[in-house]
Design a binder for this molecule. Structure first.
Ligand code: HEC
Length: 100
């Protein structure tokens, strides 16, 4: 029984949906938003990250990070930011479905 509880608590505490902002500090969040809105809108509109499946989005990110010529740190920050947006949208849709 004790083991079951610790497994349960562990799985709840590492659950990604509860850290939708991917633990970005306020400063990192501001930088990530700026990178996203300035660099990723140079060639086209801003696409909604949550409109894509995981695999699709990750493939686009790999390709687009190269196209945007982001620095490694910018790329990492942007990935954490958009992953956060996607996790948040997923969590919202789970909650919405539960209410219905
Ligand atoms: C140098 C121009 C350029 C920049 C900068 C750029 N993109 Fe793109 N993007 C494109 C082009 C061209 C396409 C068309 C698809 C392709 O490349 O095959 C595209 C397609 C996409 C798509 C797929 C759209 C669809 O058809 O559903 C996504 C998502 C995307 N870009 C995201 C981003 C993100 C995120 C960034 C910033 C990291 C970014 N793009 C920066 C040129 C750019």
């Amino acid at each position: 029984m004790r083991l079951t509880w610790s497994v349960l608590i562990l799985s709840v505490s590492v659950s990604p949906v509860h850290c939708a902002d991917q633990n970005l500090s306020a400063k990192e969040l501001a930088i990530a938003k700026k990178v996203y809105t300035s660099k990723c809108s140079r060639c086209h509109e801003i696409y909604e990250p949550s409109a894509y499946r995981d695999k699709e989005w990750n493939q686009w990110m790999t390709k687009m990070i190269r196209k945007s010529r982001l620095k490694q740190a910018q790329a990492e920050l942007l990935t954490r930011y958009t992953d956060g947006l996607r996790a948040q949208a997923k969590q919202l849709s789970i909650e919405t479905n539960r209410v219905r």
